[in-house]
Design a protein around this ligand. Structure first.
Ligand code: PEP
Length: 257
């Protein structure tokens, strides 16, 4: 089955609104086509203005996080229904920076995945191992445990909207990338795991790779059978580099057809 690939930009805590708007205007010139879809996750404060600029284009709006509850006395938090109302399509959940720097537990991430699905949005659930875990050959076990804890009890009907991002923590923002073969091995494992959970639905789910993706390695990664796109941090802050990644994704997808 040919899955439409997804290339999602994660701006993290970068870009003031004044810096974001010119970049958003450039991004709005990109076309999401039948082979590749584009999404952009600006910081919360830039979501509305960037969304306005992207609206006429086919580039989707994504958020970097949300709370697990829909409303209430949670000062400083943002809920999934608020993001849906703003025009977001995707929400990144369980990014390793959230897990490691903000202490987000697997059970909290599970609640967030459910909240995003219930709001009618598409979660981009991040999983991945540390360098130490990889060196101890624990990668597949760690990823399976995260999936188990983050997806338990979710029906295949709801799960059909899930996007997974495999992000080896040692490759995020470090310039080190998993080789295409290393990444493919984990992606195939993830798809196999999802098949056990949801059967045929697993074939339509997109599994993105994230970790120092750039124009020079994007095509080789996305040419692999189970790599259906990329979650891009640093390289998404420069238009020329990000648009070259989109072109690489389209090329890789054209070969997969
Ligand atoms: C990320 O933040 O999800 C990421 C993959 O970052 P980078 O591309 O900078 O490694």
């Amino acid at each position: 089955m040919l899955r439409r690939c997804l290339v999602a930009a994660n701006w993290k805590m970068n870009m003031t609104v004044s810096q974001a708007l010119p970049l958003a205007a450039q991004l709005a010139t990109l076309t999401s086509g039948p082979l590749a879809e584009i999404a952009v996750a600006p910081p919360f404060v830039a979501l509305f203005p960037v969304g306005q600029v992207l609206r006429p284009s086919g580039v989707a709006l994504a958020a970097q996080n949300c709370h697990a509850l829909s409303a209430g006395a949670y000062t400083g938090e943002v809920s999934a229904p608020m993001l849906a109302d703003l025009g977001c399509r995707y929400v990144i959940i369980g990014h390793s920076e959230r897990r490691q720097l903000f202490g987000e537990s697997d059970s909290f991430i599970h609640e967030k995945v459910k909240a995003v699905l219930e709001a009618g949005l598409y979660p981009i659930l991040c999983v991945g191992e540390t360098l130490e875990e990889r060196e101890h050959n624990q990668t597949l076990e760690v990823v399976s445990k995260q999936l188990q804890a983050n997806l338990a009890g979710i029906s295949s009907g709801l799960g059909a909207k899930l996007v997974i991002a495999y992000e080896p923590i040692w490759a995020i923002g470090t310039g080190k990338t998993a080789t295409a073969q290393e990444a493919q091995e984990v992606h195939a494992h993830i798809r196999g795991w999802l098949q056990q959970l949801w059967g045929e639905t697993s074939k339509q789910l997109r599994i993105l790779y994230g970790g120092s993706v750039k124009a020079s390695n994007a095509e080789e990664l996305m040419a692999k059978p189970d790599i259906d796109g990329a979650l891009v941090g640093g390289a998404s802050l420069q238009f020329a580099e990000f648009s070259a990644i989109i072109e690489a994704a389209k090329k890789a997808m054209a070969h997969k057809k």
